[in-house]
Design a protein around this ligand. Structure first.
Ligand code: UDP
Length: 328
């Protein structure tokens, strides 16, 4: 299969490209490199282009003989979305409008869309099922929710079939340390904790230790990026086999607290990560944990790398190489 991976130079997109290539498919990356990295595109051609350029994307689909599309080209940092909402609406929503136009013109019918548990906002019940009301509490979650509504509408009236995959906390790196998470500025927990362990970038800020959780720190459902990649392949296969459109959560069903992650970072790296206690980050829910039944049922998906130790070992080996350290 020749798969157009929009945003394939970014963190999750590049891991999907690796997984596609490993099973014999060809990933064709379309990325404007605003956040992604040229060095993360290794398994097929890079078309340096913005997804909002409908005619260029249509041309790329026909030049490359594209069979299906995966979309990862979005702004994702919650705080940035609150400060610059229009940039988020433009890239995250107008980008998908343009992509759907190009797909329609090219007669490409299958789309795997990168969504998020942020579409649920503050959940009323845990673990979170796909039936949880979708009431996002920030711009990032709103843009993803609106795209899901658009996909529901467009696919109900035409030939488009899509899978919307609502990720919980993507983390880790490819097991061989070849690619990993590289945002600038970095806001995510695992890379920030590893940076602090490496003595880079100042102290680790712990955003609140008085949540109503067992150890007072937030609880998240961390899913290894290579597990996410496998779920994407299964979602694509399901669509290609003629299934209807669907949306499902991708998580492990197990909550891990921020403190537990910091402990695992200390164990894996052998280095202390003394956190600086900082105020709660606006919009952080106390606990976000996925119900995993639908992903198991629809995709026969169960994660294999998504325990804290493996996630951190793989991320550490990637950063150790990138930062020129020797993991101890
Ligand atoms: N967090 C933290 N320090 C950091 C980054 C994150 O304490 O430098 C906490 C954050 O408050 C949240 C959890 O770690 O409770 C996961 O945050 P992250 O930004 O990695 O993912 P999110 O859950 O926001 O998608």
């Amino acid at each position: 299969m020749r798969v157009l991976v929009v945003g394939g130079a970014g963190y999750i997109g590049s891991h999907i490209c690796k997984a596609l290539a490993e099973r014999g498919d060809t990933p064709i990356v379309l990325d404007n490199l605003s956040r992604g990295h040229r060095h993360a595109v290794k398994w097929g051609p890079l078309i340096e282009q913005d997804v909002r350029n409908v005619s260029a994307v249509t041309q790329a689909m026909s030049d490359q003989g594209i069979d299906a599309v995966m979309h990862f080209a979005a702004n994702i940092e919650v705080g940035e979305g609150q400060r610059e909402p229009l940039a988020f609406w433009d890239n995250n929503v107008a980008g998908v409008v343009a992509l759907l136009k190009a797909m329609e013109r090219s007669d490409v019918l299958h789309l795997v869309f990168s969504s998020t548990c942020a579409v649920y906002g503050e959940p009323q019940t845990l673990p979170i099922t796909e039936d949880e009301p979708r009431t996002p509490v920030n711009v990032y979650g709103q843009t993803k929710h609106v795209v899901e509504l658009m996909l529901e509408d467009v696919s109900s009236r035409g030939a488009l079939k899509y899978a919307a995959l609502r990720y919980f906390n993507a983390a880790g790196a490819s097991p061989d340390g070849e690619i990993g998470e590289e945002y600038d500025p970095e806001t995510h927990l695992v890379p920030n904790a590893l940076k602090a362990a490496a003595g880079l970038g100042g102290p680790m800020h712990l955003f609140g230790d008085d949540y109503d959780t067992p150890d007072g720190t937030c609880v998240r459902d961390f899913i290894h990026v290579m597990d996410l990649a496998q779920a994407h392949l299964k979602a694509l296969d399901r669509l290609r086999q003629g299934a209807d459109s669907f949306a499902c959560n991708l998580g492990t069903g197990t909550g891990i607290s921020v403190k537990e992650i910091l402990d695992a970072v200390e164990t894996v790296t052998g280095r202390p990560v003394p956190p600086t206690l900082s105020p709660r980050r606006p919009g952080d829910a106390a606990q976000l944990v996925s119900d995993t039944r639908l992903a198991r049922e629809l995709l026969n998906f169960s994660p294999i790398y998504s325990d804290a130790k493996t996630i951190i070992e793989h991320a550490w080996s990637f950063y150790a190489r990138r930062w020129g350290l020797h993991p101890s």
